[in-house]
Design a protein. Structure first.
Length: 186
């Protein structure tokens, strides 16, 4: 479905097979269909209900976006899913076995009790197009980019226009991320 959305058309069997063989985060590589169905449900809910509050919204004079409890839950699940899936799929991205198991249980068992106990820092980078950019039907430059950084506590993933930091230690320090976040709004 995601590939079809990117291409703007239905995919061919050859494209589907190629994607399964060459994309790190696919069913054929690490996860079964049941897991992928859970992931899809979380990702779809996030994409349909939360993402529009950031993308396609006028954020010019906005310093914060407040989410209700349900929105906060799905946002946390979505970003925690990215950390868990990355830790399984990318051998260079090492989170502890304890945290891996905690994330697995939260995501696969729909156990959202204590989600807020897993510290996250999420920074949204509004990436508007320059005048020279070609028109792709959107005002954003955002492409499908997943870039885990090889560091620990906080663990960092750049996911399109989000910089997500996950802290394993509850006594987490401020981590300056190349000027994109500030101590005043931490």
């Amino acid at each position: 479905i995601i590939l079809e959305n990117l291409l703007g058309r239905q995919t061919t069997e050859e494209e589907n097979k190629d994607a399964e063989e060459n994309i790190e985060f696919t069913v054929s590589d690490k996860f079964c269909k049941e897991c992928e169905d859970i992931f899809t449900a979380i990702e779809t809910t996030f994409s349909e209900n939360i993402l529009p509050k950031f993308r396609n919204a006028n954020l010019q004079n906005t310093s914060e976006i407040i989410l209700n409890a349900k929105e906060s839950r799905i946002t946390r699940l979505f970003f925690l899913l990215q950390f868990w899936r990355t830790s399984i799929c990318d051998s260079a991205f090492n989170i502890s076995e304890n945290l891996t198991e905690t994330l697995r249980k939260k995501i696969l068992n729909s156990d959202d009790r204590g989600l807020e106990e897993i510290p996250l820092s999420i920074t949204y980078l509004e990436t508007l197009k320059d005048e020279d950019d070609t028109d792709t039907g959107t005002k954003y430059k955002t492409q499908n980019v997943v870039a885990p950084l090889e560091r620990t506590d906080p663990f960092v993933i750049i996911l399109n226009d989000f910089v997500i930091q996950l802290y394993e230690d509850l006594l987490f320090p401020f981590y300056r991320f190349y000027g994109y976040n500030e101590i005043a709004t931490y």
